[in-house]
Design a protein around this ligand. Sequence first.
Ligand code: MF3
Ligand code: CO
Ligand code: CO
Length: 278
Amino acid sequence: MGRITILSPKEIQAMRQACRIAADTLVMIGPHIRAGISTEEINTLVHEYTLAQDAIPAPLNYKGFPKSVCTSVNEVVCHGIPGPRVLQDGDIVNIDVTPIYPRRNGFHGDSSVTYYVGEPSPLARHVVEVAREALEIGIQQVRPGGFIGDIGAAIQAFAEAKGCSVVREYTGHGIGRIFHSEPSVPHYGLRGQGMRMRKGMAFTIEPMINLGRFEIDHLDDGWTVLTRDRSLSAQFEHTIVVTDEGCEVLTRRPARVVNSEDKPYARLGPLACWQPGS
Ligand code: MF3
Ligand code: CO
Ligand code: CO
């Protein structure tokens, strides 16, 4: 974690370009999320698409991470390594992309979506939709003069009221020319704690929401994080910058993604917590 940086308007414009590529990548991958695709194939699609946008996938070789994207299936919380695992109907999979643009000395756009493979179970749908709304509730807290702690407090209150839990060990982070910098943005905690937000600060909000308890385990591959109780976990991530009015969500997608947000929310059933216009 380096020191925090306040981005100039010119730097924010460059961040918009990097973040647009991240958003476009998540839209691009949606139709590919079907039973039978392997996470390795997802990695290849993301890798080649990123290069075709004249960007570089930041995860590749980052602290030794061996692939260009994180693919986290079911009980995997984050940092899943693409490989031979084949997605099956009923799985949920988070895809976390981070293009660097321009290629040299460029800016990072960091964003993720949890997708449905086929039809989810009611509990899978619950944890995914709680994670989706938790991110939006966190974003609503962002304003100059507010506290970083306000974000996590709002997310935690919401997620726990929905019977879910919030992962503690991994947080949002400052972002810019550096992938992970200060501030650390916890997704739990207390209002009024932590750093004050300032115009031009760029950071991610990326709540990891578990259906069961919040504790995690690590696999001995050095990366994969999974729920200790092996319950399902879901995550969504946006990169934002603080503005005079509140914030600009730099990784907003130009279209709904297939196999996640295009679900007809009205049909979600009793566990749903998000309705259009609510
Ligand atoms: N994109 C992840 C994040 O949101 C970080 C992945 S690091 C990697 O911070 F090395 F696993 F790719
Ligand atoms: Co991130
Ligand atoms: Co990410």
